[in-house]
Write a protein that binds this ligand. Structure first.
Ligand SMILES: [Zn+2]
Length: 231
């Protein structure tokens, strides 16, 4: 089946493959420089990756050389085994993925529990889409700037109420910031740690960005976003 989502251009160097709630697919970011391209998050499964890459090819854009993972959650990471190029993530994210990979390998019921955990997961993995969990290729230990050729991807550590392994990607030339699910509460309780939310809001306030792209909604203006999460 052809994906209903189309690639959206945000700015000169940035694009968005939009979220798809019935399949719990998050927004996937894409930044294209003269020498390299970089994706933000791998996606929910190989099927998600396939749809994203088909959309890139349709626009004549290169498959990503690098994919930065914003946090360990399955809808952002279980497509990693199908990612083109190298995947970059925090050591905490890698540890969590290695743990999930081991649980899946050791306990035959783990996969069934995961696949029946939510209708959106069932929908994403329908039609025999394989469940494959892999660790990342390279651990990022602290903030890092990557020159993609005429445009920079600034990979930034941040506090987040959602998980303890959050990365954001800032594109200073285009004033775009990709944040994954960083502003959400903890899963599955959705408990909100307001101290961590305040630190996140402060961090975002200090970044020169005009457009904020989170995990599961349309892009926001920065003031609009901050007004919503931390008025
Ligand atoms: Zn998440």
């Amino acid at each position: 089946m052809i994906s209903r989502q189309k690639l959206k251009r945000l700015t000169e160097h940035t694009w968005l493959f939009p979220f798809d709630s019935p399949k719990d697919r998050p927004n996937l970011g894409y930044i294209c420089g003269k020498s390299m391209s970089l994706a933000v998050d791998a996606g929910h499964s190989s099927s998600h990756v396939k749809d994203f890459y088909a959309a890139l090819e349709k626009e004549g854009l290169a498959l990503p050389d690098l994919t930065v993972i914003t946090h360990w959650h399955w809808d952002h990471t279980f497509g990693m085994h199908a990612a083109h190029g190298r995947t970059l993530l925090r050591p905490e994210t890698n540890q969590k993925l290695q743990q999930l990979q081991a649980e899946n390998a050791e306990d035959p019921s783990w996969k069934t529990r995961f696949l029946t955990s939510d209708p959106s997961v069932r929908e994403e993995y329908s039609g025999g889409v394989p469940l494959v969990i892999v660790p990342g290729d390279e651990e990022i230990c602290g903030d890092r700037d990557i020159d993609l050729g005429g445009v920079t991807a600034r990979i930034l550590y941040t506090d987040s109420p959602h998980t303890d392994d959050a990365l954001m990607v800032h594109v200073p030339e285009d004033r775009v910031l990709f944040i994954g699910d960083a502003q959400l509460g903890e899963f599955p309780s959705w408990r909100m740690d307001f101290d961590k939310l305040a630190l996140l809001a402060e961090k975002i306030r200090g970044i020169d960005a005009e457009i904020i792209v989170d995990g599961h909604w349309r892009p926001y203006g920065k003031d609009e976003f901050l007004g919503e999460i931390y008025p």
